[in-house]
Design a protein around this ligand. Structure first.
Ligand SMILES: [Zn+2]
Length: 106
């Protein structure tokens, strides 16, 4: 693991439910319309204090996509995912927004 830099945000923010590391500001939410097996997921324009895992093809509700998991730098918890490549898509909501992180909120 490299050196750990934790950025502190100010304002109306979302943080890790396990260790309270700050992730994103409510102003940076693009969409709250995503759902996954963990509950709701929010699409953010910008997220801090996270790392990503290996690329993996995954069957989602919108099709089969290549994604990477997103982890909290504070505690290592799986907190979301990011689309890397879209194969099939029922809606075009992600066409301009892939590569942006989604964070789970149950
Ligand atoms: Zn955490």
């Amino acid at each position: 693991m490299g050196r750990l830099f934790v950025i502190t945000l100010e304002g109306n923010l979302y943080s890790c439910k396990y260790c309270k590391t700050h992730f994103a500001l409510s102003d940076d939410i693009i969409s709250k319309s995503f759902h996954c097996k963990y509950g709701s997921a929010y699409l953010f324009n910008k997220v801090v204090n996270v790392t990503v895992g290996d690329k993996e093809d995954r069957v989602m509700m919108t099709g089969i996509h290549t994604v990477v998991d997103v982890f909290c730098v504070g505690c290592g918890s799986l907190v979301g995912w990011k689309y890397v490549r879209l194969f099939f898509l029922r809606t075009d909501v992600l066409n301009d927004q892939m590569h942006l992180p989604l964070i789970y909120f149950s």
